[in-house]
Each structure stands twice: as C-alpha cells, then as structure tokens.
Design a protein around this ligand. Structure first.
Ligand code: IPM
Ligand code: MG
Length: 370
C-alpha cells in the first residue's frame, strides 16, 4: 500500500521550509502520496479555526505528518482556543503523540556557531525525550477564579494542574530506556522531586521501570541542576527523559548548544510509531517571506519521519549524509553563517541538499566490479 504523508506547512517561515523539505522527499524517488492542508494561523484565516476538522482527519488518516511551524504575534490577542499554538497541542492530544524526541546534535562543521566554547560542544549528541501529552500542559482543572485561601483570599487568581498517571510515566520511561540501548546506554531522568509530588511520583515510577533495563544506567537529576549541567558539561548526557513542561524548556536550551535551533528536527510519536515530524524551531514571523530561513531542521525531520514512521532507514541516512555534505561544502543560511563560509538562502540550501541526494546512489543501481 502506498504510504500517505500529510503536509501541514502552517505560518511564518513554515511554508518556505516545508517546500524545501518536500523537494528533498521527492528527490528520494520513493512511492508515497502527499496531501497538504492548512493549520495554525493560516487555517484560522481561512476557516476560523487553527485545527479544522478536515486537517485533523487528514492527519489521522496519514501514515506520518510533516509539520512546518505555527504562530504569529498578531494572534496573541485571540481567545486561547483560537490561537495557532492550539493546532499543535490539539494534534498531539488527538493523535496521542506522547513521545517527543528532540535530538541535540552539534555538527563538527558548526561547532564555532555555538555560544559555548567549541571544545564543550564538539561531538555533542544528546537526545531529549519529552513527555508530550500530560503534565501541567493538559492537566485539568485549570482556569481563573476568586481565591478562597492562599496569601490573598478574595483576590482574582489563575491556576493550572500538574499531574501524571503511572501508565503515562511508564510508557515514556520505556521509550527512553529503549532509545538508550541504541545509543550509549545512559538515561538521565529530570524531575523536581524535592518540591513536587507529581515529580516524586515520576522518580518512583521511572525507577520501577528501570528494573527491566539493568543494562542501562539511570541517573536522576533535579531540573534546575539539569539546566546548569547542560551549559556546564553537556556531553555528560546521553538520553534525557522528562515531563512536558521541563522538556519544553530544556530542549530549547539544548538546541542552542548546537549553534542553531535551525538545525534541529523533532519527532512526536504515538504508541505504534506513527508520528508528526517538525523542526524544533518556531514560525519566525520576523524573517518570514524573505527566503533566508534555514530549511535543514525540516529536511532532517523528513529523515526522522522515514526512520521512525515509514521504515525507510536507508533513505533517512541519505538525507542526513546529504546535509553533512552541504555543510562540508561550506553552505550556510544566515543563522549558521560564520566568516569564510558561503551565505545562502532557503531555496539555494534546498537545491544543494537535493543535488547531494541525487549524487548518491539510490541503492537501486548495481555496479559490477571489473
Ligand atoms: C514546542 C513549542 C510548543 C510547546 C508551543 C508552540 C505550544 O514551544 O513545541 O516546544 O510549548 O510545546
Ligand atoms: Mg518549546
């Protein structure tokens, strides 16, 4: 059966970078169908909702979803359910994409672009696994009300609920331990067990799951310390597993270690491996339409899609090799540019990756040695 990929470009730089990622996908000459739909602010403009039913249905029916980015400051005054961010939260929730994989990889060619000393980040390869459908992001109840107790009874207040159930923690812990087995066999579970009931429970449950993975080393770390260690000695980490809120924050921090968030792909997977693939960065409305956005994070998200949802590891590898080749050739979008390298725009970067893919054998050609 032909694989079906839903393409949701979204807002800001989303459409420009997704266009390049689609060109790369087609250059692989695999058999699949694509179908594109509006999401985020673009969907709100056209249909009055950031995640229209038709878009959600398309995402549900597809084997994988390639997502650009959503959001623009001009929507900040809309009622929360209509804001572009609700599209991505809605997709995560409705498709049960509970496992968010955010690799932070520092390419040898880009170590100068990091704000940390090159020797601290050269060779950095960590994987943040963020739980994506629970925690204070989705916990009920939440809202505004009049305080009946606390420091100011009678005052207006707002509240959210941090909560995790045992199965939610167990399934993300399994993802982390299994991922570690394919890497350096080390998991750091990040929590705030010293203060929060939810995260003492998190620590207890992760420790319980660890009993099934005696070959994997498990370390627990408080989130404030983890934030510090990430800038002090990032290479000491291998797999980091944490909750939704801490993972949101730490994954941006880790991204910056690598030089540019414009390089980092991400995968959000359900229990069967179906997923949504998107760059780790946002919609960058300040540079939208200028043709300068870095498409590599989105292109690398296609590689993650091929590997995790479409069972095409060789094709994923071709994309990753092509990206390394264009970096070695010295091509740089403005976010990763440094003196002595060639500054190129979004489309030229896409052209270069497509050319590098075409230059590699598709695996179909056979060469007979003389
Ligand atoms: C992310 C983003 C989202 C999040 C926003 C856009 C809702 O920051 O994917 O990290 O907070 O999860
Ligand atoms: Mg974030």
């Amino acid at each position: 059966m032909t694989m079906k990929i839903a393409i949701l470009p979204g807002d800001g730089i989303g459409p420009e970078i997704v266009e390049q990622a689609e060109r790369v996908l087609h250059a692989l000459e695999l058999r699949f169908e694509t179908e594109t739909a509006l999401v985020g602010g673009a969907a709100f403009e056209a249909h009055g909702h950031p995640l229209p039913d038709a878009t959600l249905q398309l995402a549900k029916d597809a084997d994988a979803i390639l997502f650009g980015a959503v959001g623009d400051w001009k929507y900040d005054t809309l009622a929360r359910p209509l804001r572009p961010e609700q599209a991505i939260l809605g997709l995560r929730k409705h498709l049960e994409l509970f496992a968010n994989l955010r690799p932070a990889l520092c390419y040898e060619q880009l170590k100068q672009a990091s704000s940390l000393k090159p020797e601290l980040v050269a060779g950095l390869d960590i994987l943040i696994i963020r739980e994506l459908t629970g925690d204070i992001y989705f916990g009920q109840p939440r809202g505004r009300r009049t305080a009946v107790d606390g420091h100011f009874p009678g005052a207006e207040e707002a509240f959210d609920t941090m909560r995790y159930s045992r199965p939610e923690i167990e399934r993300i812990a399994h993802v982390a331990f299994r991922a570690a087995r394919l890497r350096s066999n080390k998991v750091t579970s990040v929590d705030k067990a010293n203060v929060l009931e939810t995260f003492q429970f998190w620590r207890d449950v992760v420790t319980g799951v660890h009993a099934q993975y005696p070959d994997v080393e498990l370390q627990h770390m408080y989130v404030d310390n983890a934030a510090m260690q990430l800038v002090k000695a990032p290479k000491a980490f291998d797999v980091i597993v944490t909750g939704n809120l801490f993972g949101d924050i730490l994954s941006d921090e880790a991204a910056m270690l690598t030089g540019s968030i414009g390089m980092l792909p991400s995968a959000s997977l359900d229990a069967r491996g179906k997923g949504l693939f998107e760059p780790s960065h946002g919609s960058a409305p300040d540079i939208a339409g200028q043709g300068v956005a870095n498409p590599l994070a989105t292109i690398l998200s296609v590689a993650m899609m091929l590997r995790h949802s479409l069972a095409q590891p060789a094709a994923a590898h071709r994309i990753e090799s092509a990206v390394k080749a264009v970096l070695s050739d010295g091509l740089r979008t403005p976010d990763i540019w440094s003196p002595g390298t060639a500054r190129v725009g979004t489309e030229a970067m896409g052209d270069a990756v497509v050319a590098a893919i075409r230059a590699t054998s598709s695996g179909k050609t056979t060469t007979t040695p003389a």
